[in-house]
Design a protein around this ligand. Sequence first.
Ligand code: RAM
Length: 361
Amino acid sequence: MTIRLRAPRRLAAVATAGVLALGLAACGGTTKDSSSASGKGTSGGTASADPNAPLKKGLKLAFLPKQVNNPYETIVDDAGIAAAKEFGGEAKEVGPSDASASSQVSYINTLIQQRHDAILIAANDENAVCGPLKQARAKNIKIVAYDSDTNPQCRDLFINQASSEEIGRSEVKLLAERIGHEGEIAILSATANATNQNTWIKFMKDELAKPEYSKMKLVKVAYGDDDDQKSFQQTQGLLQAYPNLKGIISPTTVGIAAAARYISASKYKGKVVLTGLGTPDQMRKFVKDGTVEQFELWDPKNLGYLASYAAAALSSGQITGAQGERFKAGKLGERTIGANGEVILGPPTVFDAKNIDQYHF
Ligand code: RAM
């Protein structure tokens, strides 16, 4: 499947629901719930899939994002929490305030003690979370990675927002078209350990190795750690260190927004092309002021919604995570599990001045 730039696809709108902030969890993170109910989980899945098994009522799900103060992760998790209400479950979000490799470990341990039916995790590091996740699985807690995968040994499913290969290659194509396939380029990523960004960057490098990009040179991969200030400073650093830089790809919503803010008020506006993955709400002003022409994303609400239904299907014994199994994801329809326990949400949308006002997330 190829992503073409001419016909951006409109993704199905999913209603968001409000959530109640219930208080602060350990390590400076926050907790929010779709229900104030508490009590034991209903873990007890089956060894083989029963596609006709009804979704269990009262399932307890917990979303553990990369970090709670990232607007993107908030949209995803809020939609997942709202989805749980649809099938009579309860869901909450807990998580760290930084995206460092081990910042999620203590949260997993707490969620195990609380006997959740499923933990949904956007992993900050594919291996650092593995030990605790394996302990959770030993207690029949289902593990759904979403957004950023763990080592596949440590989860039941990975809900991927789009094909990783498509994301990586399309980012390079978007930039190449804007700079005439020529010049120095840089990547401003999230953390150095982030599984999703690293997978996309691998495909970007593979794409750049093709003959049509022989005049483009990747001079640096910088890391803003999904921290706004650090991403802003890294952008400034890149532009100063590489005066001939023609373009930057930032495959992180935090990074691209910070980079756009820096460029918009600098002498580089209109000279250096910035693209990547951003939310339309954060990027709108930078598209309107001409700092950014095009960027991509999927609908984060749909990602949270799909992950929630997948966790419920696992916890209800409808699926086990094996390739070829199918489950119903509410208004998103039936989904099939692919190789390596991966379920793909769908193709991303390219946003530009013409369509950005149709999107609100
Ligand atoms: C940031 C995070 C997230 C990623 C998006 C595109 O919000 O790094 O993991 O999927 O960007």
